[in-house]
Design a protein around this ligand. Structure first.
Ligand SMILES: C[S@@+](CC[C@H](N)C(=O)[O-])C[C@H]1O[C@@H](n2cnc3c(N)ncnc32)[C@H](O)[C@@H]1O
Length: 294
């Protein structure tokens, strides 16, 4: 979810963040999972268009592609959690990898299947309707598992996801996740300057928070990198993490980027050079975290 990705869309649609919040320990219930599913079903048709895959998103996407590629051997088996319309799965198929692409939104899975079929790469990508809360239904052994633009922010129980990832990943295999973080200075400034204080503070919420998209609700958890890693620490060592879109604005501010492209290119270079530094890496629209199976 950009802005998260696609929570970008959320932001682009002037998200309606309700005051409803749940205690940190309360898992998302079935109704909330269905809310989130309906929200993504409702945008699947155009999610890889400008709203869901604009220049700022594409820039972050490249970082994940290169990171995954550097983690695995040629021809590796990959699992995509929350594949959306299949942009990443198709790219990895083109690079010669084999991908199981999963998503909780049936409409997103259909988009992925159509994309893969159009490219004639069905032998390399299997798209399946499966939520991250259902990973126990999946078999196989993977060299790496990736998740791009916040699907894991929608996971009801991150510890359960970690245990399933440990089961599905070969020893030494990698996790590469881009996750919506808690501290996004651009977002804070953007909403505070407009007097939208509640919206400015949404990432500080504990537990699942309702974020509006396309008149639906996405139940979202925001994390600091260390909070996120805590759920995986039993089975995985932390390799690295870095900020994505810290100096650059978040994707829903793409109009700002388009008006000041030269200036933003410089900000992008700052992201590339400084986004992995202590403190800075704890901020940004998303963070990219790499872990390894013990
Ligand atoms: C912001 S989109 C990102 C999609 C894709 N990874 C990309 O990079 O374009 C978030 C995706 O997470 C999926 N998602 C939300 N909740 C999920 C869940 N519980 N399990 C699996 N996928 C989920 C949504 O359906 C949506 O496709």
């Amino acid at each position: 979810m950009s802005g998260q990705h696609k929570f970008e869309i959320v932001r682009q649609a002037a998200p309606d963040v309700s005051a409803r919040q749940r205690p940190r320990s309360a898992p998302l219930d079935e109704a909330q999972l269905l809310d989130t599913q309906r929200a993504f079903d409702s945008v699947a048709a155009d999610y890889d268009g400008p709203r869901g895959n604009n220049e700022l998103i594409q820039r972050m996407r490249l970082t994940l592609w290169d990171t995954v590629h550097s983690e695995v051997p040629a021809g590796a088996r990959l699992l995509d959690l929350g594949c959306g319309t299949g942009l990443d799965a198709l790219e990895f198929a083109r690079r010669g990898f084999h991908v199981v692409a999963s998503d909780w939104s049936p409409q997103m899975v259909e988009r992925t299947q159509a994309r893969v079929a159009a490219a004639g790469l069905q032998s390399r990508v299997t798209a399946t309707h499966l939520g991250v809360q259902q990973l126990e239904e999946l078999d196989g052994e993977f060299d790496a598992i990736y998740s791009n633009f916040g699907p894991l922010n929608c996971a009801p129980d991150l510890g359960a996801v970690a245990a399933e990832c440990a089961r599905l990943l070969r020893p030494g295999g990698s996790l590469v996740f881009s996750v919506m973080g808690r501290i996004c200075p651009w977002e804070l400034g953007h909403y505070v300057l407009r007097g939208r204080f509640k919206r400015a503070g949404v990432r500080a919420a504990r537990g699942a928070t309702a974020v509006g998209m396309n008149r639906h609700t996405i139940w979202t958890h925001y994390y600091l990198p260390r909070e996120f890693y805590r759920a995986f620490a039993e089975h995985f060592s932390l390799q690295s993490y870095r900020a994505l879109s810290l100096f650059l604005p978040p994707p829903y501010l793409v109009d700002f980027y388009r008006r000041r492209r030269d200036w933003c290119e410089r900000l992008g270079r700052l992201d590339d050079r400084l986004g992995g530094l202590p403190l800075l890496r704890d901020m940004g629209d998303h963070f990219l975290i790499v872990m390894r199976r013990r």
